[in-house]
Design a protein around this ligand. Structure first.
Ligand code: ZN
Length: 157
């Protein structure tokens, strides 16, 4: 159920193939290594995608909308918590939300670095959840239960 453009970015993050501020500063490519989203800590994969207040606010929005509490602090804990969700359909949708979250945070990070602008977590998550709702509407199996179909509407409510 993942949106295809989200998959590549999340793969790069999971395998730590992206170059962020702290690493670029160590290599002498840039001077400052501050997180472009909060400006409070070094920009590392763990900080940007799991510890940054901006990302945590995005997670809170997903958790509130889906009524599941994944609140990942690491990739591993996110994976562990996803495994505990019963019901394949709901688990896949929430997984899509978190894959999309990584993509969205990466996009906002790049906007902050290159365009010097940053959209609010509310705005970014509303768009993400809307995109995911439309994606699952297209790929949703015909045998999806009425309960799951109704639950999926929480993404756009
Ligand atoms: Zn930060």
């Amino acid at each position: 159920m993942n949106i295809p453009r989200h998959i590549f970015t999340s793969w790069m993050i999971v395998w730590r193939r992206i170059r962020l501020g702290a690493r670029l500063a160590r290599l002498g490519i840039i001077d400052a290594s501050d997180c472009p989203l909060c400006g409070l800590f070094d920009e590392t994969v763990d900080h940007l995608f799991f510890e940054c207040q901006y990302t945590k606010e995005c997670c809170r929005i997903i958790d509130k909308v889906t009524v599941y509490n994944c609140d990942p602090s690491t990739l591993e804990s996110c994976n562990d918590k996803l495994k505990t969700i019963t019901g394949r359909f709901i688990r896949q949708v929430i997984q899509s939300c978190y894959v999309g979250l990584l993509y969205s945070v990466w996009q906002q990070r790049n906007k902050a670095v290159w365009d010097l602008c940053l959209q609010s977590p509310q705005h970014v998550m509303k768009k993400l959840l809307w995109d995911i709702y439309h994606r699952i509407s297209v790929v949703m199996p015909k045998k999806t239960s009425k309960r799951n179909r109704e639950w999926s509407r929480c993404l756009i409510s």
